[in-house]
Design a protein around this ligand. Sequence first.
Ligand code: ADP
Length: 398
Amino acid sequence: MKILVINCGSSSLKYQLIDMEGETVMAKGLCERIGIPGSRLKHEVPGKEDYVVETDLPDHSVAVKLVFDALTGEYGVVKSVDEIGAIGHRVLHGSNRFTESIIVNDEVKKVIRECFDLGPLHNPANLMGIEACEKVVPGKKNVAVFDTTFGMTLPEKAYYYAIPKEYYDKYAIRRYGFHGTSHAYVSQETIRFGGLDPEKAKVIVCHLGNGASISASIGGKAVDTSMGLTPLEGLIMGTRSGDIDGGVIQFIANHENKTVDEVLNILNKKSGVLGMTGISSDFRDIENAAEEGNHMAKVALDAFRYRVAKYIGSYVAAMNGVDAISFTAGVGENDKVTRQIVIDEYFSYLGAKIDPERNNVRGKERLISTDDSKVKIFLIPTNEELAIARDTKRLIEA
Ligand code: ADP
């Protein structure tokens, strides 16, 4: 069976067609600048030259139509859409209404719509992607895979905020966590690859990309995760502040004559390592600047790694132990210095030790700790598309 995975942003649409037999990518691509002048599709088929179409993409339906044309046309990989079993959609927020991925129907779409103010940047676009597929390939099953369902197993002590309970009752304000498909995939892959106990393994996953979060799970089930009601909570990120005293919001709003929305926009888009340095949200730029002697770039890197370590430490406490720590996503998979500093400088008391030679690797599944390390440390590349495709296949076959 072949599954199409779609990840819609407000002006972009990423896709992968996966053949589930060998779990191989048959084609993947990206529609950019949807609704903006200069839109285009880039379609990649392994072993072939990229196929680029520069054409007007006024909305997501036109983009989805172009994707299906690319998949079935001259540069295509299937003869007709009939070969595609179903479509899996990444959806950011499912509130506490969905504890699992689900086949889309009117009720599911209604809940995705009700969650617009919990995921204002993503949920509207995710729904547009689903509705575009319904229009372009009617009758094809669509599956919604939520970023929030991994966090649905959190115990009450981890998901309640210490605010008046009425806000939970009225609005379901609680900690949800994001990057759920990545945390679920990497924690399970850590157990499989590391030969750990599938029921009892205590695993911490550090998803360190532009957006960054950490999870603790036992037997693949989340017990805590660092993002909250929205992706703002937790680690220092490319442009997000992560944990912050709410008083800062009030202070900036009062002194700079800004609304709460404007301050939140600053905390989401202009903070993190970008805000601290004024240089860039890209960690490579920050590392280069630090090497050239820029003081705040060095501080931002130190602060980022320190926050990662503090979360790992608290999750060791949350689980009363840890069997494995896995690094994933852009920084986690590529930046050996961050991995080495986080483990060696903060967790030697646990007997955790990075093996410098094993750690000298990028983007490959590998054990990177020494043989005598008391905690196994892994690099596990994330694969959110495959996780979405697996869930989609499981649901439509059920
Ligand atoms: P997202 O999906 O959240 O946009 P990614 O997981 O793609 O993020 O990660 C992107 C980040 O990874 C960028 O900030 C980039 O600088 C960082 N990155 C990629 N390669 C390296 C590297 N060799 N060293 C440090 N950071 C890297």
